[in-house]
Design a protein around this ligand. Structure first.
Ligand SMILES: Nc1ncnc2c1ncn2[C@@H]1O[C@H](COP(=O)(O)OP(=O)(O)OP(=O)(O)O)[C@@H](O)[C@H]1O
Length: 221
């Protein structure tokens, strides 16, 4: 059974004549590792945001397990997203005044829960950030900041991880490290991962590739 099903998704932004997403349907199986490629402006980020409950479609549905995302009200959707969706962005989106540990544990804290110290420490070791636990994002390299963002995305063990150009701002060595961590989450935790990328080397590492052109989705590169 699919973990994520999008049906006839249309997204028209106000004031735009053309739909950013034009009737996109898509089914993702649990544990899939999927890359989404396509030209700039073709609708990749729009699709990712709709799959993750970040924005609302003009029409169409997104179902994660048996929850119809856009039947939820804003509060329900925010809670669902925090628990079930891990989001990773090109420019990390960390909170500058919080330490590495605080950034990573934020989604759990927002749920009124505490991350056990052993789990946090194990994750920091896995991310290669043990020595940076109390550092602020401004004291880290880009690759380190992205690893913090991965920790934050994984801390609640979400059903799906959505990454929008996670390696777009990184050199090849750091890109490889980010991909290694995403693959580890995929293989070891069985997490379902969707990555937007412009990098053919990153797309080549995915089991499935989807292409968006002018808001329309096709299977394959
Ligand atoms: N908030 C918005 N308001 C109006 N138009 C938008 C908005 N966000 C995106 N668009 C438009 O929707 C279309 C798809 O944008 P989107 O960001 O999804 O593309 P993309 O494939 O992710 O591009 P890139 O690879 O450059 O990040 C573009 O024409 C863009 O200008």
């Amino acid at each position: 059974m699919a973990i994520l099903t999008a049906t006839n998704l249309v997204k028209k932004y106000p004031g735009e004549d053309q739909a950013a997403l034009d009737n996109v349907s898509l089914s993702i199986e649990p544990g899939e590792f999927t890359a989404v490629v396509g030209p700039s402006g073709s609708g990749k980020s729009t699709l990712l945001h709709l799959l993750g409950g970040v924005d609302r479609p003009t029409s169409g549905t997104v179902q994660l397990y048996d929850t119809d995302l856009y039947q939820l009200n804003e509060t329900q959707l925010a809670i669902f997203r925090r628990r079930q969706v891990g989001l990773i962005y090109q420019f990390y989106n960390l909170i500058p005044s919080l330490t590495v540990a605080e950034n990573i544990t934020l989604p759990t804290e927002l749920d009124g829960k505490t991350v056990p110290e052993e789990r946090l420490n194990a994750l920091l070791i896995q991310l290669g950030l043990a020595a940076k636990k109390d550092s602020l994002p401004g004291q880290l390299s880009g690759g380190q900041q992205q690893r913090v963002a991965i920790g934050r995305a994984l801390i609640n063990q979400p059903a799906i991880v959505l990454a929008d150009e996670p390696t777009g701002n990184l050199d090849q060595r750091n890109s490889q490290e980010i991909m290694r961590l995403l693959h580890a989450a995929n293989v070891q935790q069985g997490q379902t991962i969707i990555v937007i990328t412009h990098d053919p080397q990153v797309a080549a590492q995915a089991k499935r590739v989807l292409t968006i052109t002018d808001g329309r989705l096709t299977e394959g590169a």
